[in-house]
Design a protein around this ligand. Structure first.
Ligand code: NAD
Length: 462
């Protein structure tokens, strides 16, 4: 007979010793307090001011190299710590950051010349940027923001999501190792060991922090915008996808399953509800099930609702325990054994699976009679976030009308949602998509101040 008390005491001891081990392994750039982190990055930034663009680029190359070497490890750590997403897709996200986040080439100065001489507009660093990062892409956001912010000449202080601090701080350590390997200053990117709301407040209020960047849900974006500082807010989405009767239905079905199941639907850009023309809906659902989706019906939908969402004051909110979990785990709860990567179900427009940003591999499909109805419902489901929306159609009028009506930062046509951040689509990648403050897909240029330098009568050579 096992003595449960004895076993749990041993487990507690082992866990404690692991924590101590973790704490002993000093991570570069990770400090006990926000005050220490701010002091260190201030010193580093003084040195970094003197670095040339070429030196910045050398640092960025080293960061890219280390990300590619350690992508799998960070993906594993992210899944282990947060219990969300899956290792294969998180590995791809890290590779995307390494390969497609712009560096210093993103900084384009402007020259205006004329009868009165030459005026130059240069993209100058802000100084030190305070960055708040989410639990859904913890290391990806730290790495992507670091590349862009360092390319622009800034130092960075992170206050990561408390539930993903180990993964985020692994990334901070990685960046510092790369910076040192490239001959850069230590602590140009810093963080705190145990981020809290208090450390976040210290960071936001610190006079050395000249710009704030927050990637997360509505709460953090609101807090940031009331900080009184220059702020970039990358907030929540609830991306709809429309499929009309001119679409290549087989391809649309595969693309939607691939996009909506990617990293268990954690990405803010991922398809979160589908509006399908009634005359192709059966075929679409059938094709989805051939591409890794599992269709649930009737009381199975009601049971899944009770698992995934919680009713609070007449409104549904997500059950955080289930965010980013594998589809097969949900199915198991319903008594179904399946390796499906996405659960689909038919619902009405106002069903919570349509209206709530769930970040779970669950996609509701709503039948619509025509494009007007599809657009009206899709715009309502997007809730004015102006984040991302997607469509499968060959009708140019449908594509154009939806894009105009929904006004999102990202709009993907005839591809999985992730094409919008450069995976299988043209364009660079980012994990900070700034809808509310309008910078769009952030990159080095977003983290700069424009400075004008005027030379009258000289240097105009024609
Ligand atoms: P979250 O809002 O719970 O946390 C994000 C960060 O903000 C964390 O570091 C958290 O500690 C902090 N935070 C939360 N409320 C705060 C407040 N009032 N003041 C100061 N800090 C606060 O988000 P999450 O669950 O980690 O991530 C998922 C959400 O983020 C989703 O809504 C998703 O759409 C969004 N997201 C957006 C983007 C984008 O680029 N637009 C990218 C990733 C995630």
């Amino acid at each position: 007979m096992l003595d449960e008390k004895y076993v749990s005491e041993i487990v507690a001891k082992v866990v404690k010793s692991m924590d101590v081990e973790d704490a002993c392994r000093k991570q570069k750039g990770v400090f006990d307090t926000m005050e220490e982190a701010l002091e260190a990055v201030t010193k580093a930034r003084e040195l970094y001011r003197g670095y040339s663009i070429e030196q910045r680029e050398k640092i960025i190359s080293c960061i890219r190299k280390l990300i590619l070497e350690e992508a799998g490890e960070m993906a594993r750590l992210g899944v282990e710590e947060t219990g969300m997403g899956n290792v294969a897709d998180k590995t791809i996200k890290h590779q995307l950051v390494a390969n497609k986040t712009p560096g210093t080439e993103d900084l384009h100065p402007v020259a205006l010349t004329g009868d009165q001489g030459l005026t130059l507009i240069e993209m100058a660093p802000y100084g030190i940027i305070g960055s708040i990062t989410p639990s859904t892409n913890p290391s990806e956001t730290v790495l992507c923001n670091s590349i862009g912010m360092l390319a622009a000449g800034n130092g960075v202080v992170f206050n990561p999501h408390p539930n993903a601090k180990k993964t985020a701080n692994y990334a901070v350590d990685l960046v510092n190792r790369a910076v040192l390997e490239a001959g850069g200053p230590e602590n140009i990117v810093v963080s705190v060991k145990n981020p809290t709301m208090d450390s976040s407040n210290v960071m936001m209020k610190s006079p050395v922090v000249r710009m704030l960047v927050a990637t997360g849900g509505p709460g953090v974006v609101r807090a940031l915008l009331s900080s009184g500082k220059k702020a970039i807010g990358a907030g929540a989405g609830n991306p709809p996808v429309i499929v009309d009767n001119t679409a290549d239905v087989k391809k649309a079905a595969k693309d939607i399953v691939d996009g909506a199941s990617f990293d268990n639907n954690l990405p803010c850009i991922a398809e979160k509800e589908c509006f399908a023309f009634a005359d192709i809906a059966d075929e679409l659902i059938d094709e989805m099930t051939k591409n890794g989706a599992y269709l649930i019906r009737g009381e199975q939908i009601d049971r899944l609702l009770k698992i995934a969402l919680i009713e609070k004051d007449g409104k549904y909110v997500i059950n955080k325990k289930w965010v980013g979990k594998d589809a097969k785990k949900f199915l198991k709860e319903l008594g179904i054994e399946s390796d499906a990567k996405l659960i689909i179900c038919e619902t009405e427009e106002m069903h919570p699976f349509v209206q709530v940003e769930m970040m779970m591999p669950v996609l509701a499909v709503v039948r619509v009679k025509d494009i007007d109805e599809a657009i009206t419902m899709a715009v309502r489901a997007e809730h004015g976030n102006r984040h991302s929306a997607h469509i499968h159609s060959k009708n140019i009028d449908h594509l154009t009308c939806f894009a105009r009506a929904v006004e999102t930062t990202i709009f993907v046509k005839n591809a999985p949602s992730y094409a919008g951040i450069g995976a299988g689509g043209e364009g660079y990648t980012t994990f900070t998509i700034a809808g509310p403050t309008g910078e769009g897909l952030t990159a080095a240029h977003s983290f700069t101040r424009q400075r004008r330098c005027v030379m009258v009568d000289g240097l105009h050579i024609i």
